[in-house]
Write a protein that binds this ligand. Structure first.
Ligand SMILES: [Zn+2]
Length: 479
């Protein structure tokens, strides 16, 4: 039996420990509506799944299954991260850039990323719904009792002392905290301790040390899970099989320009045709009130400009950070409204994610947008997705170096992964996310490392996307 219990002597700060004081703030009768989901799950779907859990014969089991699934996705992704890093080592030896399209472990990682994203949305939705029900006197006593009992289970799980659970539920806790803040209109303000979600990990340093200590165990557990013939594995394999990251076939004539709004593989920015040692640093999924300002400060100190691909839902929340990044002449681009898998959406859904998000961001940034990146890189080879982006005059952007900083919590291992891919490719676009603490540290370390190459034949030139696009298209060509 692999599931052993880990002893981890850490003082825990419990949230929900005092339900009376906890609910008074959160559950005022005029509580705002549930946060809009940040994935392709619509609010209706989340509501249906919530109701089916509450009405099932064993709601607690259905509820706890979500935690097991999230944990399982984490260990499987850890295992695939290990496999990806092995492939990377081979590609460095052979001096071949690792092709994401042909890497099975990479495609599986992308699938697991999307699955855990959606699962977390579902769990956050459940959390907020349960708090509503638990203290709503118009709801039957039985139902309130059930909601309270499930909330206690939530707390117990989030405060778990098991290192694997600590690490795999950490982001869920932070996202719940943000969802509660958003609902209470406290986005930029600190919350009172009673409202804080559990903090079973003291700081990021502790998180990294837990990860380092147990990484081999997590990866081994993930490998065992992947060798099993379970439902989750079949879903991952099936989706990874179908996942097309970049289309091979052209559908339109080659333009005279290198980069232009297009629906096929030509015209895109991927970084593969950049001049030698030219690199664009990109950050996705923000703006984030905690991490984006630190990244900005680091970039400024190090004299580097980067390109940010943001979600409209965050842009609306954090206009001050949008302005701050703009004032430092960094580049702001679009990464959809709420990070769904675009190919799965109806035309109406696509309109919101591509057209409306572009309108909102363009207004917020005070300029016309030139670049769009599909969430998870999904939709790159889907004509109706690409056409909508191209019709708005935006150039579609991918990456050729993926730091996988959403799964890896260890900044040093993120830097190593980035350096190896950079070494194998020689030029391109690097993908980070400005929503994780580890990404802040890792991207700073990567830039610092790049400075040590100054004067050598491998000296790196950092560019923003408009800089390199205009340079390669011929000055002013796409202005
Ligand atoms: Zn993203």
């Amino acid at each position: 039996m692999l599931k052993k219990s880990f002893a981890f002597p850490i003082a825990l700060v419990f949230f929900l420990s005092s339900c009376a004081s906890y609910n008074s703030e959160l559950l005022s009768p005029n509580a705002l509506s549930i946060r809009s989901p940040s994935s392709s799950e619509t609010e209706e779907n989340l509501e249906v799944s919530f109701q089916s859990m509450m009405n099932s014969t064993d709601p607690e089991k259905v509820f706890l299954d979500n935690f097991d699934r999230l944990k399982s996705l984490f260990t499987r992704a850890e295992s695939n991260l290990g496999e990806f890093d092995k492939e990377l080592d081979e590609s460095v030896i052979t001096h071949n850039a690792l092709s994401f399209e042909y890497s099975k472990s990479y495609r599986k990682l992308i699938v697991m990323w999307g699955l855990s994203h959606r699962l977390k949305d579902k769990m956050i939705f459940n959390y907020l719904k349960l708090t509503d029900i638990a203290y709503d006197n118009s709801v039957s006593a039985d139902k309130r009792k059930l909601a309270n009992s499930l909330l206690r289970k939530f707390k117990a799980k989030l405060d778990s002392n098991n290192p694997l659970e600590k690490i795999s539920f950490e982001e869920l806790k932070i996202e719940i905290e943000n969802a509660v803040k958003a609902r209470n209109g406290l986005l930029l303000k600190p919350m009172s301790p009673v409202e804080m979600p559990a903090t079973s990990i003291i700081d990021d340093q502790e998180k990294v040390s837990i990860l380092r200590k147990y990484r081999e165990t997590f990866r081994k557990m993930g490998r065992i899970a992947q060798d099993s013939d379970d439902e989750l594995n079949r879903i991952i394999e099936d989706k990874a099989e179908k996942l097309q990251i970049v289309d091979q076939e052209g559908r339109e004539p080659q333009s005279e320009l290198k980069f232009y709004p297009s629906t096929g593989p030509n015209g895109n920015v991927m970084g593969l045709i950049f001049p030698k040692n030219v690199w664009a640093l990109t950050y996705d999924d923000g703006p984030n009130p905690v991490h984006t300002p630190v990244i900005l400060k680091n970039l400024e100190e190090l004299g580097i400009k980067a390109t940010f691909f943001w979600l409209a839902e965050n842009v609306i929340r954090y206009q001050s950070i949008v302005d701050m990044v703009g004032e430092k002449t960094m580049v702001r681009a679009n990464h959809s409204w709420s990070h769904p898998q675009l190919p799965k959406l109806s035309d109406e859904g696509l309109q919101k994610e591509i057209v409306q998000s572009t309108a909102v961001e363009s207004k917020s940034y005070g300029e016309k947008l030139r670049f769009f990146r599909c969430p998870y890189g999904s939709g790159n080879s889907v004509p109706r997705v690409r056409k909508m982006i191209a019709d708005l005059g935006m150039i579609h952007v991918f990456w050729n170096v993926d730091t996988l900083d959403w799964q890896d919590k260890d900044p040093d291992s993120i830097v190593e992964r980035a350096k190896k891919q950079m070494q194998a490719s020689g030029h391109g676009v690097i993908l980070f996310h400005d929503i994780h603490p580890q990404s802040v540290i890792a991207s700073r370390k990567l830039i610092e490392w790049s400075k040590t190459l100054k004067g050598s034949e491998n000296a790196i030139r950092w560019v923003t996307l408009p800089e390199i696009v205009d340079e390669m298209n011929g000055a002013g060509a796409t202005k």
